[in-house]
Design a protein around this ligand. Structure first.
Ligand code: ATP
Ligand code: MG
Ligand code: MG
Length: 352
């Protein structure tokens, strides 16, 4: 297809639209917000809500294939679109990743390690979950959480009431705290023909639940690197996936533990823009448009740094550095915790 429809007009949608345009394709974006970052770069912005059946149909009919930058698209909207155009990645990837409990069960069934977990709906099931999972633990809403939002830590039994209150009645999952050595992620891709290509795992550092930096190369052994990439490949194949997928992992002495997956381009893959000839955004567009994939090889060492909230004030200084590649999202207001842009610090050529 030559017109790519993107559901969601945030920074990920914006960078997808730029990648599409660079390949001579046309990007249409669907987002209710007039100031959506992607609206500034896409050829067309359909500004409507996800319950607007007419707008969804008009959007779908004007494109060849539909993709998305976030996983929480309402099911009815997906049904309406799918009646008209293919959605890539497909519905199974969305079904699995829209709900943390479903996702954890699915990963466990595939034979992958996750943190110990149990579903929580009320005080009684929380008590049972604490007995099963142990403490310390983290209570997370099953749906809609991101950047550590919708999570409450439980250090000991005294914290359970407050943690349950923090869920505000939403169904939740209790996860045992993983004592990890480090966090890494694999950004993997699978083409329409089933070919798989993964980028090398990067080292992720989070603060207050938000990704701060991703660094390549990650301090991993050859075996750890291979393990992580093969694990991502298993997920891609099991989902019969088309597009780019983010897999967040905890590195432990016993091997990798899957934290979560995201059926889309991922913040921890932004380093690929300046570390690889073909980055995650182009890779995703290639996959959903049915093109051959890039091989994912890395030419440079990179540290990606997120510019969050007031960090945006350092841009004039960063702009003066020859080794800092700036990627700014065009958001007018710098609220605390809001991702305003990122910078890829070039650290040198990759070791051969
Ligand atoms: P994202 O923005 O990546 O989607 P999220 O809101 O879905 O974030 P998680 O990835 O579940 O949140 O958690 C955010 C961070 O909190 C993790 O990257 C990790 O640092 C920490 N964390 C989450 N779950 C656990 C756990 N079970 N054990 C230890 N640390 C955890
Ligand atoms: Mg998440
Ligand atoms: Mg996460």
């Amino acid at each position: 297809g030559s017109v790519i429809g993107i559901l969601g007009g945030g920074q990920l949608g914006r960078m997808l639209a730029v990648a599409a345009s660079r390949l001579g394709l046309v990007a249409h974006v669907f987002d209710p917000d007039a100031a959506a970052p992607a609206a500034q770069v896409a050829a067309r912005h359909v500004r409507a809500d996800y319950d607007d059946a007419e707008a969804l149909a008009a959007f779908a009919e004007a494109v060849d294939v539909v993709t998305y930058e976030f996983e929480n698209i309402p099911t009815e909207a997906l049904d309406r679109i799918e009646a008209l155009r293919p959605i890539r990645p497909g519905r199974e990837a969305l079904r699995v990743s829209q709900d943390r409990l479903v996702e954890k069960r699915w990963l466990a069934e595939l034979g992958l390690r996750t943190a110990p977990f149990a579903g929580v709906d009320d005080a009684a099931s929380l008590e049972a979950a604490v007995t099963q999972v142990g403490l310390p633990a983290i209570l997370k809403t099953r749906r809609f959480g991101y950047d550590g939002k919708g999570q409450a830590r439980i250090a000991d039994d005294a914290d359970t009431g407050a943690a349950l209150d923090a869920m505000a009645g939403a169904p939740a999952v209790l996860e045992g705290h993983v004592d990890f050595g480090s966090e890494i992620s694999v950004i993997g891709a699978r083409g329409l023909d089933g070919a798989v290509a993964c980028f090398e795992p990067g080292l992720n550092v989070h603060e207050d639940g938000i990704l701060r930096t991703t660094t390549l190369p990650a301090p991993l052994s050859h075996a750890q690197r291979t393990d992580a990439v093969l694990l991502a490949g298993r997920i891609l194949n099991a989902l019969d996936y088309v597009g780019v997928l983010g897999v967040e992992l905890f590195v432990t002495p016993g091997g990798p533990i899957v934290n979560e997956i995201a059926p889309r381009v991922h913040n921890s893959g932004h380093w690929t823009q300046d570390g690889c000839v073909i980055d995650q955004f182009e890779q995703h567009v290639r996959a959903v448009a049915g093109w051959p994939l890039g091989d994912g090889s890395r030419h440079s060492d990179i540290r990606m740094q997120n510019l969050i909230g007031a960090d945006i004030e350092t841009v004039p200084e960063l702009a003066g550095s020859a080794s800092a590649a700036l990627h700014l999202y065009g958001k007018a207001e710098a609220r605390p915790g809001r991702k305003m842009g990122h910078v890829n610090h070039w650290l040198g050529p990759a070791a051969p």
